[in-house]
Ligand binder design. Structure first.
Ligand code: DQA
Length: 147
């Protein structure tokens, strides 16, 4: 089982970026943790970050056939991108939405997600642990599908 983990804009700055909100873990450390967790769960995870909506969309379009599901932290595109939502809905793979911070404790403009209505679920507010929880939730869901 292969899982695609997508990171949206500015997440390459993790570690430096507003550490009081996002923590001090770098994206490379998150990717390493995700891969280790995937191994533990008996699957493989590939991670991809882009600051460009189109590149994220290209990765989503290329996912069917290679991946059984997607974990995505779309960063600020969560709140703006109908294109990412339509792309995710279009390829039809199960999606888990993750966020480091708790969106609902923050500014009102972060309370709306274009992705949430087409996702299996959303995990928000557990820092880098949100990715591990998201991966576990997706793998659990895919395992249920196989039985
Ligand atoms: C974020 C929350 C978004 O509102 C923000 O734009 C991000 C990061 C998070 O992981 O908490 O870039 O997705």
């Amino acid at each position: 089982m292969n899982i695609l983990v997508l990171h949206g804009p500015n997440l390459n700055l993790l570690g430096l970026r507003e550490p009081e909100i996002y923590g001090s873990t770098t994206l490379a450390e998150i990717d390493a943790m995700v891969k280790k967790e995937a191994e533990f769960l008996g699957c493989q995870a590939d991670c991809f970050q882009s600051n460009h909506e189109g590149y994220l969309l290209d990765a989503i379009h290329a996912a069917p056939g290679q991946y059984q599901g997607i974990v995505i932290n779309a960063g600020a595109y969560t709140h703006t991108s109908l294109a990412l939502r339509d792309g995710l809905a279009g390829v039809g793979l199960p999606v888990v939405e993750v966020h480091l911070s708790n969106l609902y404790k923050r500014e009102a403009f972060r309370h709306h997600s274009y992705i949430a209505p087409i996702a299996l679920g959303q995990i928000s507010g557990f820092g880098s642990e949100s990715y591990r929880l998201g991966l576990r939730a997706l793998v659990h869901h895919l395992g249920r599908d196989n039985h």
